[in-house]
Design a protein around this ligand. Structure first.
Ligand SMILES: [Ca+2]
Length: 438
């Protein structure tokens, strides 16, 4: 039954998470699925008066029209299902009584009201209760985790952490019918091509009997099971680990955990390497170097004064991440951190996965504290900051609220000119300073 593709296609479609998106359990990681750039400065912000213009396929009229044409649309997909070996009888049986779930069109474009600071995000995802539950579940499935480590070479604690964050160890897998959700989004809304592939992959899962229709529930976007795979990710990477002939990521924990390990393995995980190391940066560190594009060997970092907080850095290479600037913890991130990012391209998410893994293993909290007194910027405030940096001649890009390298460089230049540590960490305090200066 194993149907693995040779090449793991990575996060196609504007960086959509390969599998672990639209987490069913936790509101902080339930994100808009196709605008997932959620770096520390760029977690979803307050829409305010800066909400992007509505996509033409997302207007009320377009949605009503899509709903009216739903039966025709489903009938139009039938030949594609047949090409994949799904019989007419099964296709008709599974779609006959289907009605679109229009609620999910609302969820698709919903943005959280407030921006969450990276430390709040980590606090929520790496809460004490989740750590304890993780240790219990790790003990309960010790043999499975051992076999997974042997087979795929993945740190089993990272797999446990993904399980814990994606579904709270299987407790919150989502309750929307995956066939219905993906069929709705295949026929209505702004990502129809993408979701047509998801719908067809979901139909294959039911047609093959991997997962029974009544158990096939997930998030509004169709991510399902213990570790919230998308149907197309299932198609490429799911494995039958308990050998019963079915790849059941909903009710068979070994299948779900092994599929997750397989996913990491296909996305470049390096055996025996940690996701990253907490480090201490020297006084006067050039924060321009804290950039995912600046990779150096640990020896080079050491020569710049970067030290691991406990012990020695192993011989490897990586980049520095300082998610809360100079007054928060800093990390040296390895290739394996980037592998986790392929699941969900948000630094805060990947950091939470890595840290939860270490905590389940028995490790302690980060050595450095977070600047908890600081308020992070809302989306509207990020745009305002960019506009002010433009007015000062420091920023030439568009004021879109997205903190790319150019924005960070501009902010660092501003900080430098004003006698602040140029760490490009955007806070309300920095914005206030710009507002009050002439
Ligand atoms: Ca199985």
């Amino acid at each position: 039954m194993k149907r693995l593709t040779n090449v793991a296609r990575v996060c196609a479609l504007a960086g959509i998470s390969a599998s672990l998106m639209a987490c069913a359990s936790d509101p902080v990681s339930t994100q808009s699925f196709n605008e997932p750039v959620r770096t520390h400065n760029n977690l979803p912000g307050k829409p305010a008066n800066t909400q992007p213009a509505t996509h033409p396929a997302m207007t009320q009229q377009a949605i009503a029209q899509g709903a009216a044409n739903f039966r025709q649309c489903i009938a139009g997909i039938a030949p594609h299902a047949a090409q994949r070996g799904i019989s007419h009888a099964i296709y008709n049986r599974e779609t006959r009584d289907l009605e679109p779930d229009l609620k999910i069109l609302e969820l698709m474009d919903r943005q959280p009201e407030f921006t969450k600071a990276v430390w709040d995000y980590i606090d929520t995802l790496v809460a004490e209760r989740r750590i304890e539950k993780g240790r219990e579940m790790f003990a309960q499935y010790r043999n499975v985790f051992q076999r997974i480590e042997q087979t795929y070479g993945i740190d089993p604690y990272v797999v446990a952490a993904i399980w814990g964050i994606e579904s709270n160890f299987g407790a919150n897998r989502g309750d929307r019918d995956v066939i219905r959700s993906t069929a709705t989004l295949a026929c209505i809304g702004r990502r129809q091509d993408f979701f047509r592939a998801e719908f067809l992959a979901a139909m294959e899962i039911v047609a093959r009997g991997d997962i029974a229709r009544e158990r096939f529930k997930g998030s509004w976007a169709g991510a399902f099971g213990q570790t919230q795979f998308m149907p197309t990710t299932f198609r490429r990477l799911a494995v039958d680990f308990n050998g019963d002939g079915r790849r059941d990521l909903v009710d068979t924990v070994p299948d779900a955990l092994a599929s997750t390990a397989n996913n990491l393995s296909r996305n470049g995980w390096q055996r025996g390497l940690s996701w990253g190391y907490e480090v201490k940066l020297p006084r006067g560190f050039n924060y321009n170097l804290a950039n995912k594009n600046v990779k150096k060997s640990t020896r080079e970092w050491a020569s710049l004064g970067v030290q691991r907080v406990r012990g020695q850095l192993p011989a490897t290479q990586g980049y520095i991440l300082a998610p809360a600037g100079a007054r928060g913890p800093a990390f040296l991130m390895t290739q394996n951190f980037q592998t986790i990012l392929r699941y969900n391209p948000a630094d805060a998410y990947a950091l939470a996965i890595g840290h939860l893994a270490d905590r389940i293993r028995g490790g302690g909290p980060f050595e450095a504290g977070w600047p908890r007194g600081e308020q992070v910027l809302s989306r509207a405030e990020r745009i305002e900051l960019q506009e002010r940096l433009s007015a000062l001649g420091l920023y030439q890009g568009t004021a879109d609220g997205k903190f790319d390298d150019r924005t960070r460089e501009a902010l660092a230049a501003y900080q430098r000119q004003n006698g602040m540590t140029p760490d490009a960490f955007a806070t309300v305090a920095v914005l206030e300073r710009q507002r009050t200066s002439r």
